[in-house]
Write a protein of this length. Sequence first.
Length: 253
Amino acid sequence: MEWQFIDHLINEGDYNSALLEIRRIEFMNNVCVPQLYTKKLLCMRALGMHEEAIFDYETLKDSLAQRNNGICMQAALAYYETDNYKETINKLSLLDAEGDSTAYYNKYILQGITQSHMGEYANAIQSFEQAAQYNAFTYERNIELLHQLSEQRVKSPTIAKFLSIIPGLGYLYSGHKGSAFTALLVNGVLGYATYTSIKSQNYGVAALCGLFTMSFYLGNINGSGRSATRYNESMKRNIITQLESINHIYLIN
């Protein structure tokens, strides 16, 4: 009856109440029941308590429970949601759901997407091929997106910085047209203010304007390098978001 009540709370999206009820049962029984503990981690993840879920799992004294398939999947998802991809793979390697095709499918899908984050595209293809043995519905689209990732033309931060010798050109190279226009305009205005101050022999103002000009100019060079990095990350994130979406990764439980 208690478990049915917890399932009801989870189905209703009342994860706080479900988590409180699970903790009450744990306290009363002082034993780790894998199915119940799996629901506990699920609730913690749903509440955004990813670090707490990881800590709870890693400090679990029952080593056998730590290797339970459901618990391993919840731990892997918690690590994935904190961008700790190495540990995500480690936890998935513990999962051995013999005879459970859905669990195997979810394992290889999450593994493939995680490897995509890590830039291990050949391994990701192998993971998606393994997932296709259980459900091939998204296989072709997964491989297509992986090819897009591996063939993505990245912007070089070094080239962006070099081009920024001419203010704004590095930002333009990185695809940030608004920042490019702003950099060119501000550098131009500050440079002109410095020039006119020197010409009018107002050297105090000229020194101040020159300081601002140099600071903004150097900031423009460093900023353009970071903009190239952000461009690359944005393009990669966009493709991986598509992988997550078509594979319904956040519905994996």
